[in-house]
Write a new protein. Structure first.
Length: 150
């Protein structure tokens, strides 16, 4: 399979990285693959490079011209801020956590979530620093310390 990866995402994709491919024709199936090549030339119109993913096609279900979406799994680990999903409150189309300032004083802080981890934590892009105390459950107000996840 050959796909386009935008210029601003190229630094995150490396030869040998795992990829998961989903096809419109088979929405319930995930095809695992590996990045085998990354073009050194960018398409000037789309600002993207061609990335080749090697996939098994034993049953012949993959055909040329099919529309697919690829998700890349980088081998790099990056530090991230995580809090329990119960700590994040959605209010007025924004995500918020409550930070403890004093024994009986709390401050609402806007955060930008990146998604939920497999172990039930919300990954935060910004808004909270590692070690900062946040309310573990926005509806019950019990505290927990923000962690740096892996």
């Amino acid at each position: 399979m050959v796909c386009d990866v935008f210029e601003n995402d190229l630094g995150l994709v490396h030869v040998g990285d795992a990829a998961e491919v989903r096809l419109n024709a088979f929405p319930d199936r995930v095809f695992p693959g590996k990045v085998s090549d990354i073009s050194r030339v960018l398409d000037p119109n789309t600002r993207s490079a061609k990335v080749r993913i090697v996939l098994a096609n034993g049953d012949g279900s993959l055909r040329p011209g099919m529309f697919a979406v690829a998700t890349f799994r980088s081998r790099k680990t990056a530090p991230r801020i995580v809090v329990p999903t119960t700590a994040v409150m959605r209010l007025h189309d924004k995500d918020w956590v409550f930070c403890k300032e004093a024994s009986n004083r709390f401050r609402r802080m806007e955060v930008h979530t990146l998604g939920v981890t497999t172990d039930g934590f919300s990954e935060l892009q910004d808004g909270v620093e590692p070690g900062q105390q946040v309310i573990a459950n926005a509806l019950e107000f019990s505290t927990v310390v923000a962690e740096q996840g892996k």
